[in-house]
Design a protein around this ligand. Structure first.
Ligand SMILES: [Zn+2]
Length: 211
């Protein structure tokens, strides 16, 4: 899921945090873009946590999420059909690796604006749950539980678990007017992007306009 354009101040901090923790040979993996059929494949549950390829995949997902300026990235977006994703929201010190993520309960409904790393330059208004319950494990097999989480975290968990099920945010669009191209000049990373956002429109701090 793409990083919100209005809350991108943590970009550099995120890079540092990720490198501090994961010191292996990380690689940016090539993004698969819509309509690549691999995005429609349901990812396979991870059964062997001791597989060295799994840890390497997690590290590469983190590096790739950072490179593509995402707040989340699912393994099948980079062509690996395993049920693994990473999430790092603006303000998170560390990326979170989620293995076998499953959303177990959704509550309420709200309209959000969302973007996807597999469809650069586009955003859509869609409905997401107000609250999310989800479970996963970390790379060591420890349970990770989310109970009634809201806001951008809920949105990211839904977006990434959708990816792992072969579902795209485009599937949730109700009318074609709800999908629109982002004004050119807002996709650059870093200072230009911040300046462009400031100049263009006032948005409440932390409001997830785009993901
Ligand atoms: Zn996505």
């Amino acid at each position: 899921m793409r990083r919100p354009r209005v809350a991108n101040l943590q970009a550099n901090g995120r890079a540092t945090a990720a490198r501090r923790r994961y010191t292996g040979r990380m690689a940016v993996l090539p993004m698969h873009y819509i309509p690549d059929p691999s995005l429609r494949e349901k990812a396979k549950k991870v059964r062997d946590l001791n597989d060295p390829a799994l840890r390497r995949l997690a590290e590469d997902l983190i590096e790739s999420m950072e490179y593509y300026s995402g707040v989340g990235l699912a393994a099948n977006q980079v062509g690996v059909p395993k049920r693994v994703c990473v999430i790092q929201l603006p303000g998170d010190e560390e990326p979170t690796v989620l293995v076998n993520l499953v959303v177990t309960r959704r509550e309420g409904e709200r309209e959000v604006t969302e973007g996807c790393l597999s469809l650069p330059g586009w955003e859509a208004r869609i409905l997401r749950a107000e609250k999310i319950w989800a479970r996963a494990i970390d790379l060591d097999g420890n349970p990770v539980r989310y109970k009634g989480v809201t806001d951008l975290l809920a949105q990211a968990l839904e977006h990434e678990s959708n990816h792992l099920d072969g579902v795209l945010f485009l599937d949730l669009i109700r009318s074609k007017e709800d999908l629109y191209e982002i004004t050119s000049g807002t996709e650059e990373d870093g200072e230009d992007e911040e300046a462009a956002d400031e100049a263009r429109e006032p948005v409440a701090a932390g409001a997830p306009r785009a993901l």
